[in-house]
Structure formats: C-alpha cells, structure tokens
Design a protein around this ligand. Structure first.
Ligand SMILES: NC(=O)c1ccc[n+]([C@@H]2O[C@H](COP(=O)([O-])OP(=O)(O)OC[C@H]3O[C@@H](n4cnc5c(N)ncnc54)[C@H](O)[C@@H]3O)[C@@H](O)[C@H]2O)c1
Length: 484
C-alpha cells in the first residue's frame, strides 16, 4: 500500500480524506496530517481514525518531523496557495513525491524554486487539475485531437463566476494576492491549463487589464450598504445584504471555520466590500501561443449565472461550447460545479457545411464528474490515457505562468514574455511541433450559413463516445477529417 501524508486539512482536503476512508481504503494508506489549525486537525483526524486508527497529527512547524517519522511515498499539499511551494520543495528534498492542489504556486520566484528542486531531487510533482477530467472538457480535447475544426487559430473563453461563488473569493484568504495570486492565478490556473492542454501548446506572450469594479466601496454605496461591518457575524445589515453569510447556520462552514477561529484567528466571513481586498473581479487578457493561436480570455466574478462560453476557431470551422454550472460556496455541502443540462451545449460549425450539435458528455459528482474520475486516476489503477489528463509540474507551471504574467502586465502596463519568467522549464509532454502540412479536401458548399443550428440525427456520435478513444497519440490529425 502506498503511504501518504496530507498537509492542509481545510475544505478541499475533504475530497482526499473521503477517498481514503471510503473507496480507496484497502489500496491507499494515510498515516499523518498536518495544519496550522489544531481544531481542523482534530476534526479531520476524527474521521480518518475510523479507518486509520494509528494516524498522527502534526502542527505546521513539525512538518519535517512528520516526514522523517513516517517516510511517506507521497505528500498531498492542500494548504493556501502561497505555501504550496514551501511544502512541495521540503517534501521533494525529503525524498517524497508530491500531489499538489492547484495552483501549483502563485508567482515566478516560487515556481523557479519548484523547478530547481525537481531538477536537483529527481522526484515528481503532480497537479490535481480536476477540470481536465470533467467529461464536457475532456470531450473538447477529444474533438480537437480528432481535428474536427482543423488547426486551431483562435480561442475565446469567457468565464463567469456568479454573485454566490464569485463573491466568496472576496470573503476569504483568496482576497489578497499574497495568498492566492488573485483570480488570474488561483482560479484561472484551471482555465489556462485547459487551454494549454486543449491546444497542445503553451503561451508565449500576454497583455492584460484588470480591475476591482464590483466588490468595492462604490458598489456598497450603490446598494446602501456602506455601513457594513468588517465581517458578516458583526454586521447589522444582514436583512438588506444579498451577500450576507451566516456561518452559524451552515453546518460544515461552522464546524470547519467558525468553531476553529480561536486557533489561528482566520475569519472566513469578511465583508466582500472592504477596502483591504487587492484582487480583481474583472480581468481581460490577450495571449499568443507558441503554435500561433491567439487567446482572448475574460473572467468576471459578479455574473448572474455561473459557467463559461467557449469559441474555438480553426482552419476548418468553429467549435462552440456553452456550459452553465450549479453555483456553490466552499463548505456549503452542495455538489460543487455540476453541469445544468438545459444550459449546456456543444456545436460544431464546419466551414461551408451544415452546422450540427453534439450531445455533451456528462458525469456525476463534483466539478461535472471530474473529481471522481481524477481520484480513480490517482488512487485506483490508472490505465493508459490517450487524453493525457495527468498533469506534471511543467504543466502546473505553464498554467500559472500565464496568470502570473497577466498580473505583471496589469501592474506594468505592458506585454510580458512568458519565457522570461522561469529558467530551465522544459516543454510540456503534450506540446507538439506544428506541421503546416494540413490539406483540406474540397467539399462543395452545401448551404450558406444563416446562423441556424440543426441537430442532426446522423452525427457520427460513436466517434465521440467516452472510452472509445482510438489507440493513439496526441497529435492533432489535421488531415484526418471526420466526415459529416
Ligand atoms: N481543484 C479544485 O477544484 C479546488 C477547489 C477548492 C480549493 N482548491 C485548492 O485547495 C487548496 C486549499 O483550499 P481550501 O478551499 O481547502 O482552503 P481552506 O482555507 O478551507 O483550507 C486551507 C487549509 O490549510 C491550512 N493552512 C493554511 N496555511 C497553512 C500553512 N502554512 N501550513 C499548514 N497548513 C496551512 C488552513 O488552516 C486550512 O486548514 C488551495 O490551494 C485551493 O486553491 C482546489
């Protein structure tokens, strides 16, 4: 049995601890946990000891002692983003492999430290990009690999965090860049990783703009909420504020955070309108990829609905995905990021041909089914994956470097070269040399595009069913056009 330890036992860690005590209890063993908060440590230990009675708890200053005492194979890192690099590097130096939550880290210096330590120790770091495993997003990878729109020339992704989920980043530690890198790192690491992986390429340059336009004092004034307190618990405006969070009445949030404030003073219900927030709630970037594709990306955290709109255009047509998701806040006990079927669609517009709609792959559980599939890949018996969903430190690095460079661009007002940020970073194993040998066979124009969508009964669905991947490589087969 593989031996694990876990550092950081907050909301996200429960995905791992539940996996240890339920589905994977005979396969994987967790021997110790570590955190700065003794209350959360006790809470996690209580659950884990039902299956692992010998489990030990360590305070953060005894992290190295924990590694020496237990000699784990793998350390799972699920602390705040800003401390990932330190725990990753200390674990690697101690001879362990690492599984880290996203983002791998938050800036270029911390990233360099990880790159250098991996080079020195030869150990591995895996980043848990659950979004890649979410079926609708795996489906995009499969379609692009199959070349349904030819060579990708442009990507337009607009991500909407709603006034429930989006607002929650402004209450917690995430609301300061020194903890999270801001939404361009903390949140967009998922989105940029998807784009890198979908395109089998990495970004080269970026220009960005960002502001805090909604979760600020002006918006509080507009809503008649300028007399707000520093935190919800002390606020008299609860009956007039749609953002009011009463931690006393959300059992898991109470148990995890309110009941444990006495150990570290961390307040999980800070006012979203307060002045000391320094992350943006509106960002826009333009980036160019090494394969020439241009990305335009927009993220807002104050949308009335949660989800994204994706347009990818290629040499042979266009792919459009619309995904509406269920909204949640961390610790509220609901399924995180489930897809709402009625608001989710996938359409292909081949050049000069009738457009068609493809049924969207679906899954069960958190993040559109991604968490369950990813856990199976980590703790179960992983099979060869033609989609290459496992992400190593290089992919972890490129997913944050676009956000790190965007943060720099916002600050300095200029375009940033991503290659200048970190030295000795190899190309990701999915990157492919673009061969410009695409041949597009002539297919006579069938009708002029009028913008209408036809749902075709004869869509070649078997090509896109899950688990029917051709044995293959990741080369995008530009000449291998799916006939429609
Ligand atoms: N992949 C996903 O979908 C997903 C979802 C949520 C969170 N996350 C990631 O998981 C990580 C944890 O987020 P969370 O939502 O659980 O936050 P959280 O605040 O609920 O938990 C963080 C835990 O780390 C502990 N901690 C903080 N600093 C520490 C330090 N220096 N040493 C040891 N322990 C420390 C805190 O006491 C807390 O128990 C973050 O990196 C976040 O980005 C990923």
């Amino acid at each position: 049995m593989k031996k694990y330890v876990l550092v950081g036992v907050g909301g996200r860690s429960m995905m791992f601890t539940e996996a240890f005590v339920e589905k994977y209890k005979g396969i994987s063993q967790i021997v110790a946990i570590c955190d700065i908060n003794n209350g959360r440590l006790d809470l996690a230990a209580k659950k884990l000891r039902e299956v692992f009675p010998a489990l030990k708890c360590y305070s953060a200053e005894k992290f190295d002692e924990m590694l020496t005492a237990h000699r784990p194979d793998t350390v799972i890192v699920a602390t705040r983003d800003c401390s990932h690099d330190d725990y990753i590097c200390r674990s690697l130096e101690a001879g362990c492999d690492v599984i880290t939550e996203k983002p791998m880290t938050i800036d270029e210096k911390k990233c360099q430290r990880i790159v250098d330590t991996i080079k020195k120790t030869g150990r591995s770091v895996r980043v848990t990009f659950n979004y890649r495993y979410s079926p609708p997003r795996s489906q995009i990878k499969k379609l692009l690999m199959d070349g349904v729109i030819g060579k990708v020339l442009s990507v337009n992704l607009t991500w909407f965090l709603d006034t429930n989920h989006g607002a929650d980043y402004f209450r917690r530690w995430h609301s300061n860049k020194e903890n999270s890198g801001g939404l361009l790192v903390h949140k967009a690491t998922h989105h940029f990783d998807l784009i890198n992986w979908w395109l089998s390429s990495v970004p080269k340059t970026v220009f960005a703009r960002g502001e805090r336009v909604f979760y600020n004092a002006q918006q509080a004034n507009r809503c008649g909420l300028s007399d707000h307190a520093r935190r919800c618990l002390d606020c008299k405006l609860s009956d007039r504020c749609n953002f009011y969070l009463d931690m006393r009445h959300v059992p898991l949030i109470k148990e995890l955070y309110l009941d444990n404030e006495k150990y570290d003073g961390y307040l999980r219900d800070l006012c979203i309108f307060r002045d000391d927030i320094d992350i943006e709630d509106l960002v826009g970037i333009v980036a160019q990829y090494r394969n020439g594709a241009i990305l335009t990306y927009n993220l807002t955290a104050f949308s009335p609905w949660e989800g994204y709109r994706l347009d990818i255009q290629g040499t042979q047509g266009k792919l459009e995905q619309l995904c509406q998701e269920t909204s949640y806040i961390n610790g509220d006990g609901t399924v995180q990021g489930g897809f709402i079927a009625a608001g989710t669609s996938l359409k292909i517009y081949p050049h000069f041909q009738t457009p068609y709609e493809i049924p969207v792959w679906s899954g069960k559980g958190a993040h559109g089914g991604g968490d369950i599939l990813m856990l199976d890949d980590i703790f179960g018996s992983p099979k060869e994956d033609p989609l290459k969903r496992v992400a190593d430190y290089v992919q972890g690095a490129y997913s944050i470097l676009l956000g790190v460079a965007a943060n720099k661009s916002i600050k300095e007002g200029k375009m940033i070269n991503i290659d200048d940020l970190v030295k000795d970073l190899p190309a990701p194993d999915f990157e492919i040399e673009q061969e410009d040998n695409e041949i597009i066979p002539f297919v006579k124009k069938t009708k002029l595009m009028s913008g209408g969508i036809e749902t075709k009964a004869n869509i070649p669905q078997k090509v896109y069913e899950k688990n029917t991947f051709p044995a293959g490589n990741l080369r995008i087969k530009h000449s291998d056009i799916v006939s429609i």
